[in-house]
Design a protein around this ligand. Structure first.
Ligand code: ASP
Ligand code: MG
Length: 450
């Protein structure tokens, strides 16, 4: 296998209809992509989740209505692409699977995690089938475009709905099933879904197609991963907050990972782990404007600005646990984090004093009653909700004298609830009320970037 391989991933907005599919197919050929990974057509995963939930409550009529909508959407694309009868037959098979599975769930009124993944997998299985046809239609000469069922290669554990990828197996399976990949043999496959060693369908969690594409790029030892979406790259901040936001030509893996984790919606945060591990350079661009420069994510960039970008992450809660028992003892933080670990809750930032610990989690964590009971057994627990983490991403942040002063001067009298500085060269973040976060970004963008 050549290591100059290119993996291209197209999101739902690049698969929305026949026009989008043709455009994305053209981008794939122009870019000489060897493996193309696709998301479900726009909105379909949401509809499949709705169907699953309705079925679990036995609301079959509403389910059937939504199934009809999904069928019409995909049949329309098939007609617009003038698909062969054989493609339509394969689509029918997938529709039957959708009907049978949701009927089963609705009869039992029980949505098992396994059935949920089976249902969700249909979005990508339908879109990839249509997209393979679009590729063949756009360019047939000398190109052999093959549809690969990604479940043959994307091996995961059996944690349905949020499966963990098993990269060593994925590498072996890529060698086995993608050995013929070349400039003339192009594979199209599904993002988001995988399979256990027993062949049961799993999914990687919402938005997981970026991660799939990165895993496959690693599995193939590809040179480049292209993420094609509906915005022309990564910007200094969300242009809906600051209209002067500028597109970045390049950004490092570390900075992009911080940015994705701390709120920028453009890349799924897990994408960069395989890319960094395998040193695959990542490009982010718009399939609607393929000639725009886009953003390159690399190991190192020509410039390393102090502040490259900023983002906010809403719906955060601050949990503060205080107890005099913490005074001069050890193992207390261990006890606390053991609880979060047992509940698989991710803690995003933390500060401590001698007798208290404050940490932030997603608001949704507040629904977990047992977690709070267990924390309360350790000490007094206080919760503040409706907060946002604002973060500045750049370089040398923890070694730049005067930076904190500049930040807080710019913020003026906005009340800051918690600050995290020092842990990373690439991130400075603080917590404010949700309704102040955009104002913070505007002020900081003016101070550091505009
Ligand atoms: N189709 C899945 C979702 O909407 C995965 C993806 O698009 O990345 O979450
Ligand atoms: Mg996505």
């Amino acid at each position: 296998m050549s290591n100059d391989l290119i993996v291209a991933k197209f999101g739902g907005s690049s698969m929305a209809d026949a026009t989008c599919m043709r455009r994305s197919a053209k981008v794939s050929f122009d870019q000489k992509a060897n493996l193309v990974v696709v998301s479900a057509t726009y909105g379909t995963t949401n509809q499949l989740i709705q169907i699953s939930n309705l079925a679990s409550k036995g609301q079959w009529d509403e389910c059937a209505e939504l199934i009809e909508k999904i069928k019409t959407k995909h049949n329309d694309i098939a007609s617009d692409l003038n698909c062969y009868e054989s493609v339509r037959e394969q689509l029918e098979t997938l529709y039957n699977e959708l009907e049978t599975l949701s009927k089963g769930v609705s009869l039992l009124r029980d949505l098992t995690p396994k059935a949920f993944d089976g249902l969700q997998s249909l979005g990508e299985r339908m879109s990839s089938l249509l997209f393979t046809y679009a590729m063949k239609e756009v360019h047939s000469e000398n190109k052999d475009v093959r549809l690969l069922d990604v479940r043959k290669v994307l091996r995961t554990d059996d944690r349905f709905n949020r499966a963990s990828a098993q990269i060593d197996e994925i590498k072996e399976l890529c060698d086995l099933h993608l050995g013929e990949i070349s400039n003339d043999v192009i594979f199209v496959t599904q993002g988001f879904i995988g399979s256990t060693k027993d062949g049961e369908t799993t999914t990687l969690g919402r938005g997981g197609s970026d991660y799939s594409a990165a895993l496959l790029a690693e599995g193939l030892r590809a040179r480049t991963l292209q993420i094609w979406t509906d915005v022309a790259g990564i910007a200094t901040t969300d242009p809906r907050i600051v209209k002067e936001a500028k597109l970045l030509g390049e950004i490092t893996f570390q900075e992009a990972a911080e940015l994705a984790t701390f709120g920028a919606k453009i890349l799924h945060p897990t994408t960069l782990t395989p890319a960094l591990r395998a040193n695959v350079q990542v490009f982010v661009g718009s399939s609607y404007e393929p000639d725009a420069p886009g953003t390159w994510i690399k190991k190192s960039t020509s410039e390393a600005p102090l502040i490259r970008a900023m983002a906010k992450r809403e719906a955060q809660s601050l949990i503060t646990l205080s107890t005099p028992k913490m005074l001069h003892t050890h193992g207390f933080l261990f006890e606390i984090f053991k609880i979060f670990n047992n509940h698989r809750v991710s803690v995003d930032s933390i500060t401590t004093s001698e007798i208290s610990v404050s940490l932030t989690v997603d608001d949704s964590t507040l629904l977990n009653k047992t977690l709070f009971e267990e924390l309360s057994a350790l000490g007094e627990v206080k919760i503040e909700g409706e907060l946002s983490l604002v973060s500045l991403i750049g370089n040398n942040i923890n070694h730049t004298p005067g930076l904190a002063a500049r930040i807080f001067n710019a913020l003026g009298d906005i009340n800051v609830r918690m600050i995290c500085l020092g842990a990373s060269k690439h991130n400075f973040c603080f917590l404010v009320a949700n309704d102040k976060a955009s104002e913070c970004i505007e002020k900081l963008h003016k101070e550091f970037i505009a």
